[in-house]
Design a protein around this ligand. Structure first.
Ligand code: AMP
Ligand code: MG
Length: 337
């Protein structure tokens, strides 16, 4: 199939919406990363997403709506706490897991009886939802297992020939996928996947915000994941990624032993002046690191690098999201100095 490149003019957004209404799939910019969108209520359309990505069938898709008030159409109950949180953080990079109703087919929810609902703030994605009139199922628009796409070019690299179109909306703002939460009880939530809506932000509305153990640790044999996506190796470039925790002095001394032309380090902006070996930087603050991480992982592959040592991010705020993606890209290989 030929994959057409669209821009974010109203005429092209109408074309994208038409494709989705007719059961096709389209790469769409959002404020987090690029999504691969299809009509969430159409099992045949949703199946095309799983095929194009090579995504395991038990990994559920997030359903994107124009307004949180539309969530009633696709869910069987919305707890008060979910409404309160949505009031504050929707539209935005937050997904709330709620009990689904029959309008969401089982293929969309990966066989679960819940559905993750997100209201994107990106005007292009928002407009496509409005024009199509469909709830839009949209996972990240990468081949399953690879780093998520933060530009239309990344989507083309992975999906050209496999999907109907890509809408170019420039570089993604946040750079990591949405925060996914489940409502734990009347006053607390559980973070299933960290993102740019942080634990600290959610604590303003909740008595407790639990960090699901799968965010920082590999699942043990027999354990089931509250968020099925967490059990897969993910976000990985072809290069071997190793995360290294420690000061820049410790990091430099460690990496020295492995110094070779095919080795590259991913360090903070401010480390640059101290680091004598081959490197790329991925920002200074956690938000900058989230913005650049996936782009850098793709660039390292383009350079043909074989081994990447990454200076581990902080665990605070948005740093938890960056750490969570990196520990999976590294297949849980962490060196603690
Ligand atoms: P992606 O579609 O690539 O952004 O990944 C979606 C993530 O959200 C995966 O880690 C899923 O496991 C998680 N997710 C989506 N829907 C649900 C749900 N109903 N319950 C738990 N986790 C979910
Ligand atoms: Mg993904």
């Amino acid at each position: 199939m030929e994959t057409i490149l669209l821009d974010d003019s109203e005429a092209d957004l109408l074309k994208a919406a038409e494709i989705i209404k007719n059961g096709g799939i389209v790469g769409i910019p959002t404020e987090t990363v690029y999504g691969l969108g299809a009509d969430a209520s159409d099992p045949d359309a949703v199946e095309k997403i799983f095929t194009a990505k090579g995504r395991p069938a038990d990994n559920p898709l997030i359903v994107h709506l124009a307004d949180f008030s539309d969530a009633e159409k696709y869910t069987s109950a919305i707890p008060e706490l979910a409404k309160k949180i949505a009031d504050k953080f929707c539209p935005g990079p937050l997904t709330i897991v709620l009990p689904k109703n029959d309008r969401i087919p089982s293929i969309t929810s990966g066989g679960l009886d819940t559905v993750g609902i997100r209201i994107p703030s990106h005007k292009t994605m928002h407009r496509i939802i409005e024009l199509s009139g469909c709830p839009i199922a949209a996972p990240s628009a990468n081949t399953s297992g690879l780093p998520s796409p933060t530009s239309a070019e990344h989507v083309m690299d992975d999906m050209s020939g496999k999907i109907n179109a890509v809408v170019d909306g420039g570089q993604s703002e946040f750079g990591v996928e949405s925060t996914v939460i489940a409502i734990e009880n009347e006053t607390s939530v559980r973070i299933l996947r960290p993102g740019c809506i942080t634990r600290e932000m959610l604590l303003e509305l909740c008595d407790d915000v639990i960090i699901d153990p799968a965010i920082l640790h590999d699942l043990e044999a027999g354990q089931t994941a509250a968020s099925p996506g967490m059990k897969y190796k993910h976000y990985s470039p072809s290069a071997d990624v190793i995360m290294v925790e420690g000061s820049i002095e410790e990091f430099t001394a460690y990496v020295e032993k492995f110094n070779a032309p095919c080795v590259c380090s991913l360090i903070y902006d401010e480390d640059e002046e101290y680091f004598p070996y081959r490197y790329m930087t991925y920002g200074s603050s956690s938000s900058e690191q989230a913005h650049w991480l996936f782009q850098r992982l793709r660039e390292l592959d383009e350079l043909g690098v074989k081994k990447v040592f990454v200076r581990a991010p902080s665990l605070d705020g948005v740093g938890l999201a960056v750490y969570n993606r990196l520990i999976r890209a590294a297949g849980f290989e962490v060196i603690r100095l």
